[in-house]
Design a protein around this ligand. Structure first.
Ligand SMILES: [Mg+2]
Length: 236
């Protein structure tokens, strides 16, 4: 009989890594796709999916843009191109947050534990960022902003992908969400999954996250053994 799977779904921005001047590629892709200027710095994107972020940027700028799935796919291709260029030529720099490479390496060595992502990024950008931060090789399937604008849909989609990938039944109790915002916790709760929050995001300090009563809370991932213990303790 197959072993019971354990899957950790990491959020990306503010949890695994941070992009310096990541707005350049995003704004370039908006201009290229929709022919109008938009600036991601005019909104607070944390914990939101890219489709929601796009709409908020248009709303704040007063642009009445009609767009659908085909536009989102064009945006995704443009974003991939702009992000690749921004990383290779500067100005964008992606760096793993403290302790993340060590934690991911340590977790990837554990038997019956798998690592995936649940993120609001489009899949193409998610993969680029993970690669640039040096953790891409350890992170398997996941769910992305390109799958649904509603973050609460994503854990279920990611779980289904892992069920197909592993070819064994995967249930919410086999999955743990790791994130840096109240939206990560909400997505976990909506799907009956446990959640570890880490206070390395830009807008949610430890004291604010403490009020949310997540299943585990860490200031950061700099203490690898403590982070591994905290995560493994969440699997039923
Ligand atoms: Mg985040």
């Amino acid at each position: 009989m197959a072993n019971i799977p354990k899957i950790v779904f990491f959020d990306i921005d503010g949890t695994l890594l941070r992009s310096q001047d990541g707005h350049v590629a995003f704004n370039d892709a908006i201009l290229k796709t929709f022919g109008i200027p938009g600036d991601i710095r005019t909104i607070r994107p944390d914990g939101k999916t890219d489709p929601i972020i796009l709409q908020e940027i248009f709303d704040v700028a007063g642009h009445d843009v009609e767009w659908g799935q085909a536009d989102l796919e064009t945006f995704s291709r443009n974003l991939q191109e702009c992000y690749t260029r921004a990383i290779s030529e500067g100005p964008t720099r992606v760096r793993a947050l403290a302790g993340v490479p060590e934690l991911v390496r340590e977790l990837s060595r554990l038997p019956d534990l798998s690592l995936g992502v649940v993120t609001g990024n489009m899949e193409v950008t998610a993969r680029l960022k993970l690669q640039a931060a040096g953790v891409g090789e350890h992170i398997g399937p996941g769910a992305f902003g390109s799958d649904s604008a509603n973050r609460n849909d994503l854990p279920r989609i990611a779980m289904e992908r892992w069920r197909l990938h592993l070819d064994v039944p995967v249930e919410p109790r086999h999955c743990v969400i790791v994130g840096d915002t109240p939206r990560d916790l909400e997505a976990a709760r909506t799907n009956g999954m446990k959640c570890l929050l880490v206070a390395t995001g830009r807008y949610n300090p430890l004291e604010e996250l403490r009020k949310l009563d997540a299943d585990q809370l860490l200031p950061d991932f700099s203490d690898t053994p403590a982070a591994v213990d905290a995560l493994l303790g969440l699997f039923g």
